[in-house]
Design a protein around this ligand. Structure first.
Ligand SMILES: [Zn+2]
Length: 767
C-alpha cells in the first residue's frame, strides 16, 4: 500500500490533520522496486525450488497515471521471491513473468548468482548447483542485500486452492520490529490487529472468523524502513518459525512508522484459504486491512480517467489507488474509516451471502440496490461487460453506516483539484480486471467527472447516467432514498473480429474458407463471403461452442488470386465485423488414362485417351509412338481416340500421351507400353459337348470362325476333314441315318500371327 506520490501535496492542503507523514524521503526504489544487481563478476546458475511469492509494490516510475490496456495480462508492479523452507530469495524473472495464477504454487527457477558471492555465502552450493537449504538461501539473500537475482522460471505450478469456502479463523504470527531504537507500542499493535480482524470478519460475512494472534515475537532490524521486505520477512520467519505453507496463516510484521510513501506491503495470496506475508510501517488499521486484502488475492482500487464509449476503444487512463470506495485504495490515514468491502471483492472471494448480488441478463434489468455494508438486501448487480469481458459491478455507496466516516463521503471534493473527479456517495460502477484483481471505478464524462452517479452531498446537477467503456453498458439511476437506489442496467454490444486465414484451392474443387467470429458475448448470426462485391457464400454460425464455420466458395472461381471479403452480419448483442482474405486458385492437376484395344499383329490398335480432373479439361494431347511424335489430338469432353500404327511384330510397344494443359489445368505426361500379341483365333456359336439328335432328323448348328479352319468328322478311329472353312459364318449339318454316334470338330491351326482354336461336338442318336 502506498500513498500516491502526487497525493502528498493534496493531503498537505486538504487533509493536514490526517496525514501521518508528508515530508521526508521515500522508501528507496531499490527496496521494493526490483532494481537489478550490477556486477562485473562472473555468474553461475543455481537451481532453486520452492514456493513462488509475489508482492504488490508501489512502482515509482509509473507516476500518477498509467494506461489500462484491454487484454494485457501481467500484473504491473509485482516483485517476486522463492520461499525455500521459511527462507526467501528475491528474484526478477527475466524471460517471462509468471502467470498471476501461479503465485503461491511450487516453482523451480534457475538464478544467476555471482560466483564470488556464492563462494562466500554458500560454498557447498557451488558443487551441486542446487539451493535447497533455508540457511543457504538466507545467507545468499543477506550477501546480496536482497537485491533480486535474475531468474528464469523453469517450471511453475498453480497453487492448490480449496474450492470450498470454509469459515475459519486466520492465524497471525506477529513480529514486532525494533529499528534504530524505535518500536511500536504493543497496545497499538494489538488494537490494529483487532480492528483488521473486525473489518475482515464483517466484510467476509464471517468466513474470516477472526484474525487470531497465535504467536508473538520481537525482532531488531535497524534500517528497516529502507530494507527489502523480502529480507525483513526472511528474518521474521527465522525468529518466529513461521510456516508459509500452512493455510490461513499470516506473518504480520509491524515496525515503527517510516517517513515516505510506502505504508505497507503484502504478498498476493490465492484467495481466503491461503495465507501470506505482510509488513506495515507503523501500526495503522487502514494499512493492515489493505495488506491483508493482498494476502487474500485482492489488487488495487483504481479510478478510470476519461474513458471512450466508442466500441473501438482499447485503453483508458487509470489512476492507481484512487478508487476510494474500497479498502484496496491508497492510504489516507486512520482518521477515515475503511469503506465496506466492494461487492466485486465479495463476489471474487465468494463470501457474498445468497441474494446479495444479482445477475443482470443480456436484456437488462431494473433493480433496487441497498447500500453496500447494509445487513441485508441486494447490494450489487453484476454482468460480464460485453466490451472488455471483465465482470462489471454496480453498487450503491450511501456514505452512511460503515461508510459514514469514509474518505469519499467526508471529503467528496478531495480529488477535484488533483484529477478533476468528484467522489461522494452514489451509484458506483466498476470493472474487476481478472489479470490483476484490480477494481476500476468509472466516471461520468462531465467536467468535473463524477465517480458515483447521482452524487449526494455535492452541489450541481444530478448525474444519473453512465455509458461504460466502449459502450459496453448503460447504467441509469431512476430514483434513490438514503439507503437504496433504483437503477436500470442495460448491457451493450460486444465487438467482434473475424478469425480466418488465406486459403488455396485447385480449379474445379470447392475453395473453402474457415471463418470464426471472436467476441466477448458469443456471436450468433451469419457469416458471408463476397468476391468482387458479389455475395458468393453464406452460412449460419453454430449456436453453441466455438463460433466457427466453413464457407464453400464457387468451384468456378477462376485460376488466380481473389480477394474475398468476409462479413459477420452481427446480432443484437454483437457488432458486425469484416475481414479480407486471399483465396488462391491454382491450375488443377489431371490424371491421364488410356486404353489400347486390338493390339495384335497385322492389326491397327486403337488408343482411347481420357484426361480426368474435377472439371473437364480442354486442349490438346500429343501421342508419341516408339519415341516419335505420332499425332496431336483435340480433346472432346476430356476424351480423344486415335488409331495406332499396324502391329508388325509381337512384343512391347512404347507410347507416351502428353497433355498440354489449359488455362485451368496443368500439363501431364503418361508413358506406357502395350503388348502386340498374336491375333486370337475363335470359334463362336458352335455348341460343344454331347448333343442328342433323333434318328431320321437333321442336327444343325450355326457358327463363326475368325480364321481359315477345317471341319473334321470321326465315326470310328481317326478324324477326317469334311471341308475347309473360310473365315466367316458356317452351318454344321448332320442327318442321323443310323444310330451310330458321330463326332464333329472345328480346328483353327496356330500360325506365327494367330493362336489356335478347337471345338468338338459329340452327337448321340435317339431311336
Ligand atoms: Zn497495495
Amino acid at each position: 500500500m502506498a500513498r500516491p506520490v502526487e497525493m502528498r501535496r493534496l493531503f498537505v492542503s486538504v487533509l493536514v490533520a490526517c496525514v501521518v507523514s508528508t515530508v521526508g524521503v521515500a522508501v528507496p526504489a531499490g527496496a521494493a522496486g526490483g532494481a537489478h544487481r550490477e556486477s562485473d563478476s562472473a555468474t553461475t546458475t543455481v537451481t532453486v525450488a520452492g514456493t513462488l511469492r509475489a508482492m504488490v509494490v508501489h512502482d515509482e516510475d509509473r507516476g500518477e497515471v498509467s494506461t489500462h490496456v484491454l487484454g494485457e495480462g501481467a500484473r504491473t508492479g509485482v516483485d517476486y521471491a522463492v520461499e525455500v523452507d521459511g527462507a526467501l530469495l528475491p528474484i526478477t524473472p527475466v524471460v517471462d513473468e509468471p502467470d498471476p495464477a501461479q503465485v503461491g504454487g511450487e516453482v523451480t527457477v534457475d538464478v544467476d548468482v555471482p560466483v564470488d558471492v556464492l563462494a562466500d555465502a554458500a560454498p557447498a552450493v557451488e558443487d551441486t548447483g542446487e539451493l535447497t537449504r533455508a540457511q543457504d538461501v538466507s545467507a545468499l539473500t543477506k550477501a546480496t542485500n536482497a537485491v533480486p537475482l535474475d531468474a528464469v522460471v523453469v517450471d511453475a505450478e498453480r497453487p492448490v486452492v480449496s474450492a470450498s469456502i470454509t469459515a475459519a479463523a486466520h492465524h497471525v504470527t506477529l513480529v514486532t520490529v525494533r529499528s534504530d531504537g524505535k518500536r511500536p507500542s504493543d497496545s497499538l499493535v494489538r488494537g490494529t490487529i483487532s480492528d483488521a480482524s473486525r473489518y475482515w470478519s464483517t466484510a467476509t460475512s464471517g468466513v474470516v472468523r477472526e484474525l487470531r494472534v497465535t504467536g508473538s515475537y520481537s525482532l531488531t532490524y535497524n534500517g528497516y524502513c529502507s530494507a527489502s521486505p523480502w529480507s525483513l520477512w526472511d528474518q521474521a520467519m527465522s525468529v518466529s518459525g513461521f510456516d508459509g505453507s500452512l493455510a490461513r496463516h499470516h506473518l504480520v510484521v509491524v515496525g515503527p512508522e517510516c517517513s515516505g510513501e510506502t505504508l505497507g506491503v503484502g504478498t498476493i495470496g490465492a484467495g481466503l484459504s491461503t495465507g501470506g506475508l505482510l509488513a506495515i510501517y507503523g501500526p495503522s488499521s487502514e494499512t493492515l486491512i489493505h495488506e491483508m486484502g493482498h494476502n487474500f488475492s485482492l489488487g488495487h482500487s483504481n479510478l478510470a480517467g476519461e474513458h471512450s464509449t466508442s466500441s473501438g476503444s482499447t485503453r483508458f487512463p487509470s489512476y492507481e489507488y484512487l478508487g476510494f470506495y474500497s479498502p484496496m485504495a491508497g492510504g489516507v490515514g486512520d482518521v477515515y474509516a475503511t469503506p465496506a468491502l466492494d461487492t466485486a471483492y465479495q463476489h471474487l472471494l465468494k463470501v457474498a451471502p445468497a441474494g446479495r448480488l444479482t445477475t443482470v441478463p443480456s436484456v437488462g434489468k431494473t433493480v433496487t440496490l441497498t447500500a453496500v455494508g447494509s445487513a441485508s438486501g441486494v447490494q450489487g448487480a453484476t454482468f460480464v461487460d460485453p466490451h472488455s469481458g471483465y465482470r462489471a459491478y454496480v453498487e450503491y455507496r450511501s456514505g452512511l453506516g460503515v461508510d459514514r466516516q469514509a474518505f469519499y463521503a467526508v471529503e467528496p471534493e478531495g480529488l477535484t483539484s488533483y484529477v478533476n473527479t468528484v467522489l461522494g456517495a452514489g451509484v458506483r460502477v466498476s470493472l474487476l480486471d481478472p489479470h490483476s484483481n484490480d477494481v476500476i471505478t468509472f466516471t461520468s464524462p462531465t467536467t468535473p467527472r463524477y465517480a458515483a452517479l447521482l452524487t449526494k452531498g455535492v452541489p450541481g446537477p444530478v448525474r444519473n447516467t453512465l455509458v461504460g467503456w466502449g459502450g459496453g453498458y448503460t447504467v441509469q439511476v431512476n430514483s434513490h432514498t438514503e439507503t437504496t437506489a433504483n437503477v436500470t442496467i442495460t448491457p451493450g454490444k460486444s465487438r467482434s473480429s473475424i478469425v480466418s486465414a488465406n486459403s488455396k484451392a485447385h480449379y474445379g474443387s470447392t475453395p473453402k474458407v474457415s471463418v470464426g467470429v471472436d467476441s466477448i458475448i458469443p456471436a450468433t448470426g451469419t457469416v458471408e463471403a463476397y468476391v468482387g462485391g458479389k455475395k458468393v457464400a453464406s452460412k449460419a454460425l453454430p449456436t453453441s461452442g466455438v463460433r466457427r464455420t466453413t464457407l464453400n466458395l464457387p468451384r468456378t472461381l477462376a485460376v488466380g488470386k481473389h480477394t474475398v471479403e468476409l462479413k459477420y452480419t452481427g446480432s443484437s448483442r454483437v457488432y458486425a465485423s469484416t475481414r479480407k482474405v486471399t483465396v488462391t486458385v491454382s491450375k488443377a492437376p489431371v490424371v491421364v488414362k488410356t486404353a489400347v484395344k486390338n493390339a495384335h499383329i497385322k492389326k491397327k490398335p486403337t488408343l482411347a485417351i481420357r484426361v480426368a480432373a474435377n472439371a473437364v479439361p480442354t486442349g490438346k494431347v500429343q501421342v508419341n509412338v516408339g519415341g516419335k511424335k505420332y499425332r496431336t489430338l483435340t480433346l472432346t469432353k476430356g476424351r480423344a481416340t486415335v488409331t495406332l500404327p499396324r502391329g508388325t511384330r509381337i512384343g512391347k510397344q512404347k507410347i507416351a500421351v502428353i497433355y498440354k494443359g489449359d488455362k485451368n489445368h496443368t500439363s501431364s505426361i503418361l508413358r506406357r507400353t502395350y503388348t502386340v500379341t498374336k491375333q486370337p483365333a475363335a470359334i463362336s456359336g458352335l455348341k460343344g459337348g454331347t448333343r442328342t439328335v433323333t434318328r431320321g432328323r437333321v442336327y444343325k448348328d450355326t457358327f463363326t470362325v475368325t480364321h481359315t479352319a477345317s471341319l473334321q468328322r470321326r465315326t470310328t478311329g481317326s478324324w477326317s476333314t469334311v471341308k475347309t472353312l473360310k473365315a466367316g459364318k458356317h452351318v454344321l449339318k448332320h442327318r442321323a441315318k443310323t444310330t451310330k454316334t458321330v463326332q464333329y470338330r472345328v480346328v483353327i491351326k496356330s500360325t506365327s500371327t494367330r493362336t489356335a482354336a478347337k471345338k468338338t461336338v459329340t452327337l448321340r442318336v435317339k431311336k
